[in-house]
Unconditional design. Structure first.
Length: 166
């Protein structure tokens, strides 16, 4: 397939969303979307699952680049730490595969798709489906968030190329 393939990730210690999007001739299309569920295992086991499942997605689709939401620093520091560890496991899988990873603030991703940085998950999911031309998507909201990051990255790549920065 010509064009570029991007892996989008929405990391979480219990649920990590992933989405693979291909851009061919300026048109984004869905390749795969899903979630990595780690269950109630201890943290080391959950991080291992995230690493190995992200590595498997990379092996399956061979993306050229990856994009991931930056850690949202919540008031609960324990939650922020767990989220950072999950993000680290996904980053490590990308690093082992030799992928560059772009990080985006959640508000930038939402603004890129919906036009408003405070959009809710359902609005983001709706716009992701529209951009990718998917009717009645059956993916989880974590997967649509990951797809949104991938689409945001494709938009950013396009803008950088037009500006001569790429």
């Amino acid at each position: 397939m010509a064009g570029v393939v991007v892996l989008g990730l929405d990391p979480g210690s219990r649920v990590t969303g992933f989405g693979v999007v291909a851009e061919v001739s300026g048109q984004a299309r869905l390749v795969e979307a899903g979630t990595i569920r780690t269950g109630d295992k201890d943290m080391a086991a959950r991080l291992g699952i995230i690493f190995s499942k992200v590595a498997a997605v990379i092996e399956r689709h061979g993306p050229a680049e990856a994009a991931m939401e930056n850690v949202f620093v919540a008031e609960n520091t324990a939650s922020a730490l767990k989220l950072g560890q999950a993000r680290g496991a996904a980053l490590a899988a990308c690093g082992v595969a030799g992928l560059s990873v772009a990080g985006y603030e959640p508000s930038k991703v939402k603004k890129s798709l919906v036009g408003v940085g405070s959009a809710d998950k359902k609005q983001v999911a709706f716009m992701v489906a529209r951009v990718l031309g998917v009717k009645d998507p059956d993916w989880a909201l974590d997967a649509s968030d990951a797809l949104a990051v991938a689409v945001c990255h494709l938009n950013e790549r396009r803008m950088r190329k037009l500006a001569g920065i790429a």
